[in-house]
Design a protein around this ligand. Sequence first.
Ligand code: BTN
Length: 267
Amino acid sequence: MDRSDYQALDTGAVLAELGDLASAFSLVHLAECDSTNTRLLTDLPPDDGRVHVVAADVQTSGRGRRGRVWQSWPGASLTFSALWRFAPGSPVPAGLSLVAGLAVARTLEELGVEGVQLKWPNDVLVHGCKLAGILVELTPGRGRTPAAVVGIGINLQLPPDASVAYPTGVTDLATALGRAPDASRLLGLLLVQLHRLFDVYSAAGFAALRGAWQQRNAFADLPVYILGEVETLAGTCAGVDDDGALLLRTADGLRRVLSGEVSLRLA
Ligand code: BTN
């Protein structure tokens, strides 16, 4: 397998994979942009009932959580963002990034990837190494339907000399599958999963998906540290609650950790 096996994203193939759901999406494919999240946040698409998706082959300023950079090489990763709108008056969609992680995990499982796990709040791991990351950014809702930009980056085939810092290492789909991944099929399957799970989430909240998330929790019942900006908490990972907050069993009792500027590490 070499990098020439890479199949570039083909919007026709993505729409074919979406089948009956194709009309629910608007899909824009760019050869290059700064960041697909930034594109949607800057040029907010019309509220026409569709989910607006921007995918890019290369991002020049790809962003991760906590101010990190999402690095880009042609063909190395599937990078896209989807704008999801919620009913007016909906509460802040707290568990959204966990739902997106679950959608990625289910898609990878559908493709036959083994050892898929979720690291709170929103990393997708395969055999302990990071394969995908998610960055959810909310749009200012004043006078408008509340909306969230859900940005997803999935490593397809990293260059052999790529240096990506992550405590337990990174991996890619080519390694997990033993063959070059088909980016169009992956995106189509993933949009179907996101559509399905966001429907459940809108109707019943994260509580309805909590069990499925916890089944894949990489740190269930393991000793962990939560590194915050002002304090570090130590305890045992006791899963997540109905809002998607992490539950940490500490010497002082159960603590609830909200997904903010914190980072989870195995103790
Ligand atoms: C993380 O692991 O910290 C989150 C990474 C999110 C990367 C994706 S790639 C598509 C979208 N555009 C961005 O600039 N970031 C997200």
